[in-house]
Each structure stands twice: as C-alpha cells, then as structure tokens.
Ligand binder design. Structure first.
Ligand code: COA
Length: 200
C-alpha cells in the first residue's frame, strides 16, 4: 500500500480493541485466521435468524468480508470470543440510532455452558468501564428465551417490543428490547456479600 492509499484507507481499529480475559474465555479482535471457524459456526439458521444482519447461508466470503470490515467504524468494538485459543463466536458494541447496542452469537456446539453470559459480562464491563458509555441497549427475538435470559443475567431490563428487520428471513420480526444503564451496572458490580453477625 502506498502512503497516499494508507491515508485514504479507513484505519483499522484493532489496535484499540483490547484483549479481555474471563475465567474461561479470551475476547480479542477478530483476525483473518478466524475466517474458517466463523464461516462454519455462522452458517446455521439458528444463529442467522436470531441476529439482525447475518445472512443465511453464510460462506467463507461472508466471513472474509466481515473480518475485513469489522472494527473500522467510529464507536464500534467487536471481539472474537475464543475458548482455548479457538474462536467460538462474536460479540460487539456498535453505535446505532438508539445508542450503543450490544450483539452476540456463539457457535451452536458451545451453547448451554454459560459462555454467552461470561463473554457479554466482560464486554459490558469494557463498555461502561473503558469506553465510558452511559447506557447499553440490546434485543432478542421474542421467541429467543436463551438470549433474553443472557440479557437478564447481565442486569438488562425490558423496555418494550419493536419490529426489526432480520436479514436472514428477509422480513421483520418482533424484538424484545432491553436496556442497561451505568447506575444499575455499577450497583450490580458493587453488590457485596453481607456478613452474619450475632444480635441480641
Ligand atoms: C443466545 C446465545 C448467545 C446464548 O448462548 P449460551 O452460551 O448458550 O448462553 P448462556 O449459557 O450464557 O445462557 C443461556 C441461558 O438461557 C437459558 N435457556 C436456554 N434455552 C432456553 C429456553 N428454551 N427457555 C428458557 N431459557 C433457556 C439457559 O438455561 C441459560 O440460563 P441459566 O444460566 O439461568 O440456566 C446463543 O443461543 C446464540 O448464539 N443464539 C443465536 C444468536 C442470538 O440469539 N444472539 C443474541 C441476539 S443478538
């Protein structure tokens, strides 16, 4: 790339995407070597139909395009969720018309182990703690109780239902909308254990 091309190309923001470690997972910027895993996990209707923008079917070219374009927009922070060094899903915060919005998906073989809750809690701490957002919003299709439960376990509160377009079904569907504000997050994070004392 020439100097003038470099000046025109949108800067890749991977360098400002930190690496976040949880008890079992590492969250880091998606990279080219993730293409195969992301394409194979995302090519499942159960994922595409529950997210706004993932197409179905989802091939290698879709994953390549995703990796090439991610973490370039101002306000967007996107992580590959990795387990033992291998990508198992994606989570992100992106600036949308209603504010910073959290999205996430995991490969189906990894469902049911608490990984989404563990990954999104790290993302939420990053969004409030490092990015200094005051609110986060998210959504789950009304027939997606697992995602609703993830949001509830993270402290999100239901705000209503909205019709939103789902690319994979080429139609709109009702989405439960949720919100978490900084005050609630800070309260949950500081909720210490009470100690039992003798009382007479
Ligand atoms: C939603 C998703 C990320 C959840 O991943 P996960 O790692 O299985 O989630 P967790 O294990 O952390 O938590 C799931 C919770 O939902 C519960 N759950 C799962 N299926 C459920 C069902 N059919 N009814 C009620 N609760 C259900 C689980 O029991 C668990 O709650 P618990 O810990 O209180 O028992 C995963 O299913 C997914 O990728 N779905 C497709 C994409 C998507 O929906 N993304 C979110 C919208 S942007």
């Amino acid at each position: 790339m020439t100097l003038s091309e470099q000046a025109l190309a949108p800067a890749r923001r991977d360098d400002i995407v930190p690496v976040l470690a949880t008890a079992r997972l590492v969250l880091r910027a998606p990279r080219r070597s993730d293409v195969k895993a992301i394409a194979s996990f995302a090519n499942d209707r159960r994922i595409a139909a529950n997210t706004a923008r993932i197409p179905h079917p989802y091939g290698i070219e879709d994953a390549e395009q995703f990796i090439a374009s991610v973490n370039k927009r101002e306000g967007e922070v996107c992580f590959a969720v990795t387990l033992d060094g291998a990508p198992i899903g994606v989570c992100s915060v992106d600036l949308r018309e209603d504010g910073p919005e959290m999205g996430y998906w995991l490969g189906v073989p990894h469902w049911g182990h608490g990984f989404a809750t563990e990954a999104t809690r790290a993302l939420i701490d990053h969004a409030f703690g490092d990015l200094e957002h005051d609110t986060l919003i998210s959504g789950a299709r009304v027939n997606n109780p697992a995602s609703r439960r993830v949001l509830e376990k993270c402290g999100f509160q239901w705000t209503g239902v909205r019709l939103s377009r789902i690319r994979a079904i080429n139609s709109a569907a009702p989405i439960d909308r949720f919100r978490l504000d900084r005050g609630l997050w800070a309260s949950l994070k500081s909720w210490g254990r009470a100690s039992r004392v003798e009382y007479d």
